[in-house]
Design a protein around this ligand. Structure first.
Ligand code: SF4
Length: 498
């Protein structure tokens, strides 16, 4: 379906395309196109004054015509373009709503971090009620989503009262790129152990080098580490002795582990967990692990290629509890193939029996490179209404079971245009998840596929750098990447001269 737009700068296309896709499947926005035979034509007028941007538009399609307008103040000089885009998005969403009869809960927001927008407004001095009014009137976000954002931001500030000041420290992400088998929805670096993509020991050699160099730099410059997160892949897919040596290296090379507030190890795949590995996690005082069911239906696990059973998830969870691990996160995914409301009810009631400290609820997204997306026709997934019902059910269930939402993010191509939400019992929130989501601190990425996110402690400008995703390229180039990181750290944390 073509949506022909005129009267706006060409660089608005991305935002408008993103919004249109939420209302009309396969929508194609064409800027300055001729009137389509079958589609919608939107003619915009944008007027920029010194302190205001005014946008109006008329939309026409067969049997439909409507007009909308909106005006926004420009607070900072040179912000006309950004404000213009937001104002046009507002008008566009109103017209799409009246044309399709659909409303979208996230209104004009196309970004993946709505809570970050809330934090920005809060830091600028707006009260919660002013922020909520802006989110509703300007961004056209639903009351329900606004209430969720407020709840999350307040929770984050309770759990991490220094959230806005931790930019002077860093967190560390360590990517272990191995998994027993590849899940159909996955796009993370996940390679077979000792397969043709490089051996674990060669990879660990490179990782040790990165850890050593980075740790030495942090010690020398007296930069504190707030959290450390082992992800992947599945960090528990390597042998117990390799894990033991890795955590020993962490203690040896990173500055003062006693001051690190949280160390997490994703043990996502239950088929990688053993009593021996749990003993290693305990030995090194790992604070938090994840054991991820994704679904409590064996047929679903088979369909998505997880190669473990529900019974194994339960057994390994109970084994971890018996080993004294008291902060276990579980991930569930809404909208997996052949799952609807009854299956979600079952997933939640089985989760309740285990009572994990935190629960992360993802909504399935069709990531471009995943097997599931490449073979989309093979999978039968629920429609947007049922996805919404599953999300509502989950929200109600988490409320009833004393889980509080504490972080949220959206993704492209996510079913029902919804979101992923982390819930936790009081005191069991993942600090790392909040830090990465709100982009308040530099995260140094070490290992395969690890993305470093640099947050300038003065300007708060964000830049990124990613390590090679596959083990062979990583093994060939880890020294070069390490030196690039050290150069960036030198630049970021340079002494400030008056
Ligand atoms: S366990 Fe996680 S990282 Fe590994 S293939 Fe599955 S989704 Fe990807």
């Amino acid at each position: 379906m073509i949506i022909a737009v005129s009267g706006l700068p060409a660089d608005y296309e991305r935002t408008l395309s993103h919004l249109a896709a939420q209302y009309v499947k396969d929508a194609e926005v064409q800027m300055d196109a001729d009137s389509p035979i079958d589609g919608l034509k939107v003619r915009f007028t944008e007027k920029r004054r010194l302190d205001q941007v005014y946008v109006s538009a008329t939309a026409r399609a067969e049997g439909f015509e409507d007009t909308a307008s909106f005006q926004k103040p420009v607070i900072e000089a040179n912000m006309h373009s950004k404000v213009g885009k937001q104002t046009a998005a507002h008008v566009f969403v109103k017209l799409l709503t009246s044309w399709t009869g659909k409303t979208q809960p996230w209104g004009t927001l196309t970004g993946i971090r709505p809570t970050k927008l809330y934090h920005q407004m809060y830091r600028s001095g707006l009260s919660h009620s002013d922020i909520k009014k802006t989110l509703k009137d300007d961004y056209l976000i639903s009351d329900e989503k606004i209430a969720m954002l407020e709840r999350i931001v307040k929770r984050q500030l309770e759990v991490l009262p220094d959230l806005y000041e931790i930019k002077k420290g860093v967190s560390i992400y360590i990517g272990i790129p191995f998994c027993p088998t590849m899940c159909a929805y996955c796009t993370f670096p996940a390679y077979a152990i000792n397969g043709k993509n490089g051996s674990v020991s060669e990879f660990l050699n490179g990782l040790y080098y990165e850890m050593e160099q980075t740790g030495a730099w942090l010690k020398e410059h007296n930069i504190p580490v707030t959290t450390i997160y082992f992800g992947g892949g599945t960090p528990t897919s390597i042998e117990a002795e390799e894990m033991d040596a890795l955590y020993s290296q962490m203690h040896k090379v990173f500055p003062d582990l006693n001051q690190v507030r949280e160390v997490t190890v994703e043990a996502g795949r239950p088929d990688t967990i053993s009593a021996e590995k749990l003993a290693v996690l305990n030995k090194w005082n790992i604070d938090r692990i994840s054991i991820n069911p994704q679904s409590f239906h064996n047929e679903t696990l088979r369909a998505i290629g997880r190669h473990h059973s529900v019974e194994e998830t339960v057994d390994k969870y109970e084994l971890a509890v018996r080993h004294g691990v008291d902060n276990i996160n579980m991930d569930l995914i809404i909208g997996l193939p052949n799952e609807g409301v009854p299956e979600m009810k079952h997933n939640l009631s089985e989760t309740k029996k285990l009572d994990p400290a935190s629960l992360t609820v993802h909504t399935l997204s069709f990531k471009r490179a995943s097997t599931m997306t490449k073979q989309k026709d093979k999978y039968n997934v629920a429609g947007p209404e049922e996805i919404q019902q599953m999300m509502d059910l989950t929200n109600q269930w988490t409320d009833e079971n004393e889980y509080e939402p504490y972080y949220l993010y959206r993704q492209k191509n996510i079913l029902g245009n919804l979101e992923n939400v982390g819930y936790a019992k009081a005191g069991k929130e993942s600090l790392y998840n909040m830090i990465i989501m709100e982009e308040v601190q530099t995260i140094i990425g070490l290992g395969c596929g690890a993305a470093s996110k640099w947050v300038d402690p003065v300007s708060e400008k964000i830049t990124r750098m990613a390590n090679p995703k596959d083990p062979i390229s990583y093994i060939e180039r880890y020294e070069e990447y390490t030196h690039r990181k050290i150069d960036t750290l030198n630049e970021l944390f340079r002494p400030i001269t008056p």
